[in-house]
Design a protein around this ligand. Structure first.
Ligand code: BDP
Length: 717
């Protein structure tokens, strides 16, 4: 009896600690088991002096306590005065006494309002470490960065860091519906429990805010871009207000999606025409009502006249009219309008990839100051690989913000391990050439190319109420990495992977090295087994789960995979060069030439821009057909290699996450083969060629793959 109870208790404890690991994200605060570092930390952190008493400072203090307890086994003495040496001094500029301030005064010139300073200093010949910034939220960022130094086992002896975010709006877009389903969400239901709000504050909200603040995310859009006007009614605004109150100490502003037809739906007006005085007034009053509840409300994100959403064009107006009307409504309160450029029309027979540019570029310079146009990273839709969106750099008088998709709609849902910062970095470092060489997308996004004041990066969240937040333990790295890149779009994704692994799993080099390599390769693997050589949008219809290159019966031509790959007996690929749709002409001439010319077009983008014959010779001498087939095989091999690497990690990490990732990789392996076999069998009908040596034979027929149906695939409403 006793022993059974013991076993049960043991199981309970080990389950809960393992489960907690999954839940704790990159804020594990594991005991520092490198003894040299642990003793360095202990001797340099004898006491903590926290200056100030705001809610944000309280949060910072609490985080320090939690972290020190976990990492060092005890909390250094919390002091109110500085007598001894080896203290950590934490406080905003205004709270520092002149003597302390003197030691960092020059550093304040190096940071902006949200930037922080972490510095080893000497005050009255006693060495101390200071964490400061111009306000309390900046101090909180400094605290989280300091804790990352400890979590990654770096020295704290000679610190001299002054770091500021390079963009203003670093924001998650939740595509969360009011019924708690999440559009393109693969990690359970929405975090926002509308039914229990405003009175019940789930601990999750707080931990969500901590995680975001720890990487510098400072905004969240709570609701789906396919918006429901009800969120703007008092019944819901009260709940939104409760969330805003939770997030405020962490420096996170709340934003909402605005359904353009809300004045009709919840305001009883006959129109939502942005030039109608009653409509204008309605939005002004609605904004005032929101700001009365939430004085630091961020503003609205709008999807208008896109995929059936209402918008100004329903009234013969344009995007500028719509955006500027809303901009006027929130301007008195300091709000912004994030107006999406994700538009394409079923009435426009033109190449879908060209439509957003064609429609928005002529609006350059026409938007109000508090409007920022939100552009997806590529011109189609969050594919495993897309060339950068031609709007970047092409609207010098308009602030543009980046929209990345963190949730893996087209990249294997939350079952495939894909390290997205590698994809994000590839886009950010692309050179638009719009103002000569070096006009990278990152420079457009951080405003330095055209001196824009309003800047931002949005990420469509991959977060739900799954125990581990993101469905896949490694998908946490995509949330983390998004935040890090939003803070600094020039960060190297390998550094991000390194930090994340150390904070999330272990500092053991034998673990870090192979797993970091695995992460770095994972993005190319998914491109290879899904859409190599520039293929795109050949996922199965609607839910986008698995391959569906054969789909050709959808009501809108540009929803059909056949529209994108254009495979026929002559070859494969979408001709977007001069001889085709001329989409290349939307880029600066250097880029246009590069993509337009078959000789110079990077092979990774080949079939995005060109239709080439099955016998076309690739740079390595292979025919296109053989090269394509071998790429699919390579993707499968890469997943198998990831599995081998993962199997060797057992001794470095907890068994729960070890097993979870192992099982998920097994699914990824199966699905990579499914992709390879289905796509190659389908394309083979056109190429009429044998699979080259080295490519495994499919074990099922094309008809079998076509027969697979997934009516309940997640994320599809
Ligand atoms: C597509 C998604 C769809 C979104 C749309 C958007 O399939 O669910 O509503 O983008 O971004 O990727 O508005």
């Amino acid at each position: 009896m006793i022993s059974l109870r013991f076993v049960f208790l043991f199981l309970l404890i080990s389950f809960s600690t393992s489960a907690q690991k999954d839940y704790k994200l990159w804020l594990q605060y594991n005991a520092v088991n490198n003894s040299a570092m642990a003793s360095e930390y202990k001797s340099n952190l004898k006491g903590i002096v926290v200056l100030g008493n705001s809610e944000t400072i309280k949060v910072a203090k609490k985080e320090l306590k939690t972290a020190f307890l976990g990492m060092l086994g005890n909390v250094p003495e919390i002091k109110s005065e500085l007598k001894e040496e080896n203290n950590l001094i934490v406080g905003a500029e205004s709270s520092l006494n002149p003597e302390i301030k003197k030691t960092v005064s020059a550093d304040f010139d190096k940071i902006n309002n949200e930037g922080f300073i972490i510095k080893s200093v000497s005050i009255q010949n006693k060495k101390q470490i200071i964490i400061t910034g111009k306000n309390d939220v900046a101090v909180l960022y400094g605290v989280f960065n300091f804790l990352r130094i400890l979590q990654t086992n770096k020295s704290v002896k000679n610190l001299n860091i002054a770091d500021s975010p390079k963009t203003n709006i670093r924001i998650l877009n939740h595509w969360d519906n009011l019924d708690r389903t999440v559009e393109r969400g693969y990690a359970g239901f929405s975090l926002w429990n509308w039914q229990k709000l405003p009175d019940f504050i789930d601990q999750r909200y707080i931990d969500y805010a901590r995680a975001n603040a720890s990487v510098g995310i400072n905004g969240t859009v709570l609701t789906n871009v396919n918006a429901n006007a009800l969120i703007l009614t008092p019944q819901y605004l009260e709940k939104v207000e409760a969330l805003a109150n939770v997030f405020r100490p962490y420096g996170i502003k709340v934003y909402l999606t605005a359904r353009f037809s809300a004045p009709i739906e919840i305001g009883n007006l006959k129109t939502a025409d942005p030039k109608d005085p009653e409509v204008i007034n309605w939005w002004k009053n609605k904004s005032a009502e929101i700001y009365k509840r939430i004085p630091d409300f961020g503003g609205f994100l709008v999807k208008a006249n896109s995929e059936g959403q209402p918008g100004p064009q329903n009234y013969g107006r344009d995007h500028v009219d719509g955006a500027n009307m809303l901009a006027d409504a929130v301007a008195p309160f300091g709000g912004v309008i994030m107006w999406r450029a994700f538009v394409y029309s079923e009435h426009d027979a033109n190449d879908r990839a060209k439509q957003a540019y064609a429609e928005f570029q002529p609006y350059d310079g026409k938007f109000k100051e508090n409007v920022i146009v939100q552009v997806k990273n590529g011109a189609i839709d969050f594919q495993p690989r897309e060339p950068f969106h031609p709007l970047f750099g092409a609207m010098p008088k308009t602030p543009l913000m980046m929209e990345f998709q963190i949730t893996q709609e087209y990249l294997g849902f939350s079952t495939h391990l894909v390290f997205l910062p590698k994809l994000f970095q590839e886009v950010l470092q692309s050179d638009t050439f719009q103002k000569g060489k070096g006009s990278t997308v990152a420079k457009v996004v951080d405003g330095t190319l055209y001196q824009n004041k309003l800047t931002g990066i949005a990420g469509v969240a991959n977060i739900g109420n799954d125990l581990n937040w993101t469905g896949h333990p490694f998908a946490q790295a995509n949330w983390y990495g998004f935040g890090r890149l939003a803070w600094n779009p020039y960060l190297d994704s390998e550094i991000i992977a390194d930090e994340w692994l150390r904070c999330t799993f272990s500092n053991d080099e034998n673990f870090i090295k192979p797993i970091k390599n695995m992460m770095m390769e994972s993005r190319e693997a998914v491109v290879n087994y899904m859409t190599p050589l520039g293929l795109h949008h050949i996922m199965d219809t609607g839910h986008h789960y698995g391959p569906g290159p054969w789909v050709s019966n959808l009501s809108r031509p540009e929803w059909n995979p056949t529209y994108y790959h254009k495979a026929d007996k002559n070859g494969i690929g979408f001709d977007r060069s001069k001889s085709g749709t001329n989409a290349t002409s939307q880029y600066a001439s250097e880029v246009e030439k590069l993509f337009d010319n078959l000789e110079t077009c990077p092979e990774k983008d080949l079939l995005w821009f060109h239709h080439v014959s099955w016998d076309y010779k690739l740079k390595n001498g292979q025919t296109l057909w053989n090269g394509l087939a071998l790429k699919y095989q390579e993707g499968v091999n890469q997943v198998a290699a990831m599995q081998d690497v993962w199997k060797k990690t057992e001794k470095y990490i907890d068994s729960e996450r070890f097993n979870e990732v192992g099982m998920l990789l097994e699914i990824q392996n199966k699905e990579a083969k499914w992709w390879r076999d289905a796509c190659l069998l389908y394309f083979q009908q056109f190429s009429g060629k044998e699979l080259p040596a080295g490519v495994e034979k499919p074990t099922q027929t094309l008809d079998y793959f076509k027969s697979l149906k997934f009516p309940f695939a997640p994320g599809n409403g």
